[in-house]
Ligand binder design. Structure first.
Ligand code: X2X
Length: 356
């Protein structure tokens, strides 16, 4: 090897080493300062080359499409300066869906588009959305989400080192099973129903079912293998895109629990982003969540027809049929209202009552 070539190689190695160290200095190898000049005072602002967004579901779902839309709009509105990458199927938490909120709180993940169900184990206030039969209609949901009460709940994220950017929608959770049609609580006796969190365990127990807590990633196979008899999730948002109809025979529309989504970001990450870009990200959040809610509601009637065509027996419970379900779950409502905080529950109830 001649001297020139040796010198060239040595310089090259040094260059690679220096670059490598730069990559490490941001912590966990995630941060690569992009060296963007801040507008105010010309100070250096380090944007990450990639901001991670976690979701529990696939990009085929309405929820997942909302996450993808957000990432696209952030890129567009910030002229490519901010790059959000979507990580679906809870892959950043090894499928452990309830850990996503604490990972964003700690800064291990930057953004989440997460169901309030998955957030509640970290922040109990978020169980307010899940209270049984809290919301009689989409109008009531919209009124709450757009009210001061809805905003106050988002603000609670601040106590957990996060900033709420807006609400999306998973939807009203409906019940599917493989054993029999359900028209009264008696029909639920002994059915093994997959749920996520304690409030749903208590609701199912109050109705006589046998709840089994399980991560979403395991549900399809467990239904297929008969480990569980049923599950509950929104029709258009989750049941159809995940082909739950292939492994379930009966569906009951009972609107017993509404599942909101929350788009949030780690507070330190947020504060490291210049104000003009924050504004664009906020705009992207607003537009993406409006789109996400729209697609979650579109085609609900057709969705139920589709499920019938796929061989499911679909039952819509009447207001009279719902009465015993409401009565039996009232103690669960009251118990969790205490855990949520009665001020928040009351504020939600007042908005809902104002709609009727
Ligand atoms: O696990 C579920 O059922 C799902 C996908 O709806 C949530 O993440 C709450």
């Amino acid at each position: 090897m001649n001297k020139k070539l040796l010198r060239f190689l040595a310089v090259g190695m040094l260059f690679i080493l220096v670059l490598g160290c730069f990559g490490c200095s941001g912590g966990g190898g995630q941060q690569e300062p992009a060296g963007e000049e801040g507008e105010e005072g010309g100070e250096e602002v380090a944007l990450k080359s990639e901001y991670k967004l976690t979701m529990n579901v696939s990009t085929d779902t309405c929820w997942g499409q909302g996450g993808v839309k957000f990432a696209e709009l952030v890129n567009e509105y910030t002229d490519g300066k901010v790059n959000v990458k979507v990580y679906p199927n809870a892959q950043l938490v090894g499928g452990d869906q309830m850990r996503q909120a604490e990972m964003v709180q700690s800064g291990a993940i930057d953004f989440m588009l997460n169901s309030t169900i998955n957030i509640a184990p970290t922040i109990p206030e978020f169980d307010v959305f899940s209270l049984p039969f809290m919301f009689p209609s989409y109008e009531a949901v919209d009124a709450v989400v757009n009210s001061e009460a809805g905003q106050k709940l988002l603000d609670v994220l601040g106590d957990y080192n996060m900033v709420g950017l807006g609400y999306g929608e998973n939807g009203f959770r409906e019940l599917t099973n493989n054993v029999r049609p359900i028209t009264s609580p008696d029909d639920m006796k002994g059915l093994k129903i997959r749920v996520v969190t304690p409030i749903y365990i208590d609701i199912m127990r109050a109705l006589g079912a046998n709840p089994i807590a399980m991560n979403w990633g395991e549900v399809f196979t467990s239904l297929q293998q008969g480990v569980i008899d049923g599950q509950e999730n929104p029709v258009v948002g989750i049941i159809i895109p995940n082909k739950v109809y292939e492994v379930q025979k009966y569906m009951t529309n009972w609107h017993y629990s509404y599942d909101a989504l929350v788009l949030a970001v780690n507070k330190d990450v947020w504060e490291s982003i210049p104000a003009d870009l924050q504004e664009q990200i906020q705009r992207a959040a607003k537009d993406a969540m409006a789109y996400q809610i729209q697609i979650s509601r579109e085609g609900l009637a057709e969705g139920n027809d589709f499920l019938r065509e796929q061989g499911m027996e679909v039952t819509d419970l009447t207001p009279e049929q719902l009465v015993p379900f409401k009565e039996l779950t009232k103690p669960v409502y009251d118990d969790y209202a205490e855990k949520v905080g009665l001020d928040i529950v009351k504020a939600f109830e007042e908005v809902v009552a104002g709609m009727q």
